[in-house]
Design a protein around this ligand. Structure first.
Ligand SMILES: NC(=O)c1ccc[n+]([C@@H]2O[C@H](COP(=O)([O-])OP(=O)(O)OC[C@H]3O[C@@H](n4cnc5c(N)ncnc54)[C@H](OP(=O)(O)O)[C@@H]3O)[C@@H](O)[C@H]2O)c1
Length: 253
């Protein structure tokens, strides 16, 4: 459905992959507070997804929980179509689902490599491919990909993750070129952020990690979500194909 009515626009849908916890959950809260109907996507964390749906609904927002593996096109397509069915249309796609695995090239299996690429990179293509017919119906729409500092620095314990996140930058630029001007595509590269993904590392060597970061702390998920909300807004229409680093300055070290 195409509409230029602003009130109506605020009632559209946003697909956020991997949004039951961590950065994705913060993004879902933020976009729901802006009036978007949000999909709370998970693979194993159904309880957390349902809890977040209740939280968003209690705050007056609209949300539903949906299990879909970001590394599987048919499941992602079903997630996107369910989002479009529940809300009037889809204006925002946030590719956030991701995981890291601590392994060296020597230890990495071919299956490890393929799984990391499937979830962290192919998943973003799958979501966009499935959502494109909906995004194209609107006068403006937004794609935001959650990348990583590792795309820029590489990794000595997760080459598959770093390669997937680097690929996400190329995908972001290509989408920006192909889909301009109505649809923008941008990426955010967080550094250390306070989520489950980093819990073990922060528990073990949090003090040393914080000391390395010029900001002297890790990011909170809500800080990443605030930047997503801006890039997903109408007023960010002149920013496209960018990857914004958000790492407290650690990349300068
Ligand atoms: N935390 C950091 O320091 C950091 C830094 C740079 C980039 N990032 C990126 O930020 C994004 C979010 O990370 P996070 O720190 O919030 O991670 P997290 O706390 O581990 O949460 C990951 C979320 O993604 C979901 N997920 C994982 N694999 C999935 C799959 N195959 N299909 C669908 N959903 C899946 C999880 O679902 P379940 O709850 O069902 O498991 C969970 O909701 C990731 O792309 C990550 O690479 C994080």
């Amino acid at each position: 459905m195409t509409t230029n009515d602003n009130t109506k626009n605020a009632k559209l849908g946003a697909v956020i992959t991997g949004s039951a916890r961590g950065i994705g959950a913060a993004i879902a809260r933020r976009l729901a507070a802006s009036g978007y109907g949000v999909s709370i996507n998970y693979v194993s964390g159904e309880e957390k997804a349902l809890k977040l749906v209740r939280e968003i609904e209690a705050a007056g927002g609209r949300a539903f929980a949906y299990r879909a593996d970001a590394g599987d096109y048919q499941q992602v397509k079903a997630l996107v179509e369910e989002t479009a069915r529940r809300y009037d249309d889809i204006r925002i796609v946030v590719n956030n689902a991701g995981f890291s695995q601590h392994t060296t090239i020597d230890q990495m299996t071919v299956d490890d490599w393929n799984r990391a690429i499937a979830v962290n990179l192919s998943g973003a293509f799958y979501t966009v491919k499935a959502a494109l017919p909906y995004l194209k119906e609107l006068d403006w729409a937004r794609i935001v990909n959650i990348c990583s500092l590792r795309a820029m620095t590489g990794s000595n314990h997760g080459a598959h993750y770093a390669a997937a996140k680097s690929g996400l930058i190329g995908l972001t630029k290509s989408l920006a070129l192909e889909l301009a001007p109505a649809i923008t595509a941008n990426a955010i590269s967080p550094g250390y952020t306070n989520t489950d993904m980093n819990a073990a590392a922060l528990a073990k060597k949090g003090e040393a990690i914080r000391a390395m970061i010029p900001a002297k702390r890790v990011a909170e998920p809500g800080e990443i979500a605030a930047l997503v909300a801006f890039l997903a807004s109408e007023e960010a229409g002149y920013i496209t194909g960018e990857t914004i680093n958000m790492n407290g300055g650690i990349y300068m070290r």
